[in-house]
Write a protein that binds this ligand. Structure first.
Ligand code: HEM
Length: 412
């Protein structure tokens, strides 16, 4: 990556604008953000795709301003100048994460609050003990499918499916329907030809669930959502479920696999496996500080010409939330960026009106999944290098190869 040398004045910013995916893929995020800050200050220019630039906000207080002031910074991508002017093509790879969607994520103000209340209310009613038991069962079933092999890839064989199946069950789907949803999602994210079919299948499974709960409600998210006064149509109920599952699946999977990786490779956590000091919750927090599932969260769009972190932001500019960058901002770590055990003031969940509503169930699912893997796979060790899947937004592990003692072996 070419970042201009240090010492350049913050606002003149010589040198090329660095592609965001290069920043995301860098070996050391803190070093990369330090160099960006030297050149640009707390709000840097970054390239989203050739010819399309945005602001990457790397300062902690600047990210807070960005997410808290929706009168200046909108969540609605229809305010994005490059989209209005056709600079970003309709088939751009940026579309899935950045284009406007008629749901809670793309809304501002009272409309956002109306669509958000049902999610907060429904998630607050989740029965934690019941969910923990369901997640434990799911984890044991997944582990049973591969533990005789003595080796596994914990991303494709464990964290991805545990995350989706847990969210499916919380929504109201039974394990069989959860498996169908998993298959539909695999198509959706698989080859281009299958994507449409996968999407239709995904939505039709959830539509069937909505109709079933309208006829006979139970104690699950779908039943809660179909009865919520703020949702005005079946389509809004469907969108709420789609958002809950799709916003949760990738992030949860990433959190589980990163935390497992940390516990297997970092001496402080690794010793815990053999009776040491730090446990799963501390490892989960460490990941949210250092490598949060959403490294760079899209986006807010300036509604007026304004100033942020010393940069002149023009109306219609896109601004990316540098969540990992904000967590490493030296201004909030006057003593140095040391471990933040017990401190949860990171921005892994973002902040402001759109702050993630899924924190409580996410922690329960992730903690359970990590504990079950560590206990269910005796002698677990990492067997190879890990790499991250390329993306401007996330640094998800592409695989997590491990070996362990299979049942029935003399050392099991
Ligand atoms: C596992 C770790 C997770 C992380 C790190 C995470 C992080 C985030 C972040 C950074 C945002 C963006 C906030 C913004 O734009 O300012 C977000 C939004 C959201 N998340 Fe999560 N999330 C996680 C899991 C979940 C789960 C399990 C659910 C559902 C149960 C969920 C549901 C949502 C929803 C619905 C939104 C949109 C909220 C809105 O726009 O008002 N997330 N999440």
């Amino acid at each position: 990556m070419t970042i201009p040398p240090s010492g350049c004045p913050a606002h003149t910013a010589p040198g090329r604008v660095v592609p965001l995916s290069e920043i995301t893929a860098s070996a050391s995020l803190p070093d990369t953000y330090d160099r960006l800050r030297e050149v640009w200050g707390p709000v840097a220019r970054a390239e989203l795709e050739p010819g399309v630039n945005a602001w990457l906000v790397t300062g902690h207080q600047e990210v807070l301003k960005l997410v808290r002031d929706e009168h200046i910074f909108s969540r609605d991508a229809r305010n994005w100048k490059d989209w209005q002017n056709g600079v970003v093509r309709p088939d751009s790879g940026l579309g899935p994460m950045m284009f406007y969607r008629d749901n809670v994520i793309g809304a501002d103000g009272p409309e956002h609050r109306r669509l958000r209340r049902p999610l907060d209310d429904a998630l607050a009613c989740v029965d934690q003990r019941q969910m923990r038991r369901a997640v434990e069962r799911t984890c044991r079933e997944r582990i049973a499918a591969f533990r005789h092999h003595g080796q596994a890839d914990l991303v494709s064989e464990y964290s991805q499916s545990v995350a989706l199946l847990a969210l499916a069950e919380m929504s109201g789907l039974n394990p069989q329907e959860g498996q169908e949803l998993l298959a539909a999602l695999a198509k959706l994210f698989g080859s281009a030809e299958d994507a449409q079919e996968g999407n239709r299948r995904f939505e039709s499974i959830l539509e069937r669930l909505i109709h079933a709960r309208q006829a006979a409600p139970k104690e699950d998210l779908a039943s809660f959502l179909v009865r919520h006064d703020d949702l005005r149509s079946d389509a809004e109920v469907l969108q709420s479920l789609v958002v809950l599952i799709s916003a949760g699946q990738q992030t949860l999977s990433a959190w589980i696999s990163r935390t497992l990786w940390l516990m297997l490779t970092d001496a402080r956590f690794e010793s815990r496996l053999r009776g040491g000091r730090l446990g799963v919750d501390e490892a989960l927090d460490d990941v949210l500080w250092r490598d949060p599932p959403m490294t760079h969260m899209p986006a807010r769009y300036a509604l007026i010409d304004t100033e942020l972190g010393g940069q002149q932001i023009a109306r219609g500019d896109a601004l990316i939330l540098g969540l990992a960058a904000a967590n490493s901002d030296p201004r909030i770590h006057p003593e140095g960026v040391e471990r933040e055990i017990g401190n949860r003031s990171h921005l892994g969940w973002s902040a402001g009106q759109h702050r993630c509503p899924g924190e409580t169930p996410a922690r329960l699912i992730a903690r359970t999944a990590v504990e079950q893997a560590l206990h269910g796979l005796p002698g677990i060790t990492l067997t190879g290098p890990v790499s991250t899947a390329p993306s401007p937004w996330m640094r998800h592990l592409a695989s997590l190869p491990v070996q362990f003692t299979p049942p029935g072996s003399p050392t099991a």
